[in-house]
Design a protein around this ligand. Structure first.
Ligand SMILES: [Zn+2]
Length: 260
């Protein structure tokens, strides 16, 4: 009888141990503690610390940094007529790039046709490529149809090189256009641009770089909106030389550079 009771107790202990060992809960805890990679970190955390409510953080709203717009004392448009020619226009573009200044080029269609890569560069670097007729001949005003052909051919040369429609025209020799010509330009959405500041770089005898700067200074004096006429055509080496001092002059009097 005593042996039977001992055997019964042993069997009961064995069953209790087995039940305890096979408890899936225990197994999970064992896995969680000794093999953390096998269970989600979140589950383990909940097991030990209980569930915690996750409160989303308030998004931090940063005040946008607003830069004060620079206040200028005037505006200056640098304009170049009668190009492009490689020996002059390319160094002019290099100088403009160095100073970070945008300008307007009144292109001759016949020259632009021979230098499309220069027109392309002008447009790519943020300058305005405008129309100054195809041939620059005095007889472009002979008839409206001659004038139309001069305008259209040049617009096409510029459009092909730059991919941009032409919006501005400067009249060769600065002569005024008659009503019919003006009406035609209006129909194309093109505006005529004159000038109010002389560099005298197309005068004879040839002006030096110093004289070009003096011309610009004296003819822009007191004007809040200045349109400087210069030339980027054959022989205008003094214009290239004068350009840095012209730019520095307008910088020194706090004028903003703009292109049309
Ligand atoms: Zn011209």
């Amino acid at each position: 009888m005593k042996r039977f009771i001992l055997s019964l107790i042993s069997v009961m202990i064995l069953i209790t141990v087995c039940v305890a060992m096979t408890s899936s809960e225990r197994q999970d805890k064992y896995v969680a503690v000794f093999h953390p990679a096998a269970v989600k970190t979140q589950d383990v955390a909940e097991e030990f610390f209980g569930k915690e409510e996750i409160i989303p953080e308030e998004p931090v709203v940063k005040e946008p940094v607003v830069e004060e717009p620079k206040v200028y004392d005037g505006v200056v448009y640098l304009t170049f007529d009668d190009g492009p020619v490689e020996a002059i226009t390319v160094p002019i573009l290099d100088i403009l790039k160095e100073y970070g200044v945008k300008a307007t080029f009144f292109t001759l269609g016949s020259y632009g046709e021979r230098n499309p890569e220069i027109l392309k560069r002008q447009a790519e670097e943020g300058h305005t490529v405008a129309n100054h007729s195809y041939s620059h001949k005095k007889d472009i005003f002979q008839s409206l149809s001659t004038f139309q052909s001069e305008i259209e051919k040049t617009n096409e040369v510029i459009l092909n090189a730059t991919g941009k429609e032409v919006k501005f025209f400067r009249i060769p020799y600065g002569t005024k256009v008659g009503a019919a010509y003006k009406e035609y330009l209006d129909s194309l959405g093109m505006e005529v641009i004159g000038w109010n500041c002389e560099s005298y770089d197309s005068r004879t005898p040839k002006r030096t770089a110093e004289q070009i700067l003096e011309g610009v200074k004296s003819t822009s004096k007191g004007k809040k909106e200045v349109i400087v006429i210069m030339h980027d055509t054959y022989g205008k080496t003094e214009t290239v030389k004068a350009l840095p001092s012209v730019i520095e002059y307008f910088q020194s009097i706090n004028y903003e550079f703009k292109a049309f």
